[in-house]
Design a protein around this ligand. Structure first.
Ligand SMILES: [Zn+2]
Length: 291
């Protein structure tokens, strides 16, 4: 499943390869890929033709391409979605769901034009046309900014987090509080901040909140430099290059191996149908009354 840095890599690819181009035609080859566009695939195809892409934006793991008429093309990659820019005429991917040709795509004969393809093996992702969505599509307005967003409000986040009265990792995964911190990044950020995943949010100091945000930015920033983390081999970026992330993870996936700070074996515990990895010495379990 793509994590936020991978989606940001895709956004940058779209900015480079698609912004400024005018859509000539759209072909939906699997209706499930546009199921969130309620008027249907034919409407989706007809309304996008002739529109020019003016930007590539992101909120959490959602991408949108503002169009010249004030609407936007909204995309979510889901578990396995890919947005690929490929030369016209190259073989279709097995799981090609939607194809966009541009006015400068050509017919493939001269080998220079490119097209945009939405490919999704499991079709949990999808595309939709968001009316008046250029600034921010209404469907994703409830999603909080992520720690890498320049407009992220750290004071407001700190207050909201402490008011939430839940476990710290659960709060970090809550997309209405902060977006883009997935399971892997949460574990890594908590290790960097030396905080246990079940720590009660109302007991956190402002300094600790700052530390966990700094941890999240460190691990997400490192992933971004590597071109996305891509822990999932299905994920590739906008040109089909795998952004395989070879930076060593500190705790995630390292159960039983020594903590790189103190040597204590990393522990794995079940958490919300997934796992939490942590160092029991660096990140001691909170005890009642201790905090
Ligand atoms: Zn440790």
């Amino acid at each position: 499943m793509p994590e936020l840095p991978e989606v940001e890599v895709v956004r940058r690819g779209l900015e480079r390869e698609v912004v400024g181009r005018t859509i000539a035609s759209v072909s939906v080859t699997h209706p499930r890929a546009v199921r969130r566009h309620l008027p249907g695939g034919a409407d989706f195809e007809a309304r996008l033709a002739g529109r020019t892409v003016v930007a590539a934006r992101r909120r959490g793991k959602y991408l949108w391409l503002p169009l010249d008429d004030g609407d936007a093309l909204l995309a979510h990659l889901g578990m396995s979605g890919q947005l690929l820019v490929r030369p016209v005429g190259t073989a279709d991917e097995t799981h090609l769901r939607v194809r966009f040709r541009f006015t400068d795509s050509g017919n493939g004969a001269d080998g220079t034009g490119t097209e945009l393809r939405f490919v999704d093996q499991r079709t949990f992702g999808g595309l939709a046309l968001a009316d008046h969505g250029a600034d921010l599509p209404a469907a994703i307005a409830h999603i909080a900014r992520d720690p890498l967003d320049p407009a992220f409000d750290e004071d407001a986040f700190s207050l909201a987090l402490r008011r939430r009265r839940t476990g710290l990792k659960r709060a970090l995964l809550d997309q209405s509080l902060v977006s883009g911190v997935g399971n892997i990044y949460a574990d890594e950020a908590l290790w960097l901040a030396r905080l246990h995943y079940a720590r009660a949010t109302e007991t956190l100091t402002r300094t600790q909140v700052t530390a966990v945000l700094a941890g999240a930015r460190t691990v997400m920033g490192a992933a971004l430099e590597q071109g996305g983390t891509s822990f999932d081999a299905l994920y590739v970026d906008v040109n089909g290059q795998s952004g395989y992330f070879d930076r060593t993870l500190e705790v995630y996936g390292r159960a039983g191996e020594p903590c790189r700070r103190c040597g204590t074996p990393v522990r794995r515990e079940p958490f919300m149908n997934r796992s939490s990895y942590f160092c029991p010495r660096c990140q001691p379990r909170p005890r009642r009354g201790r905090w």
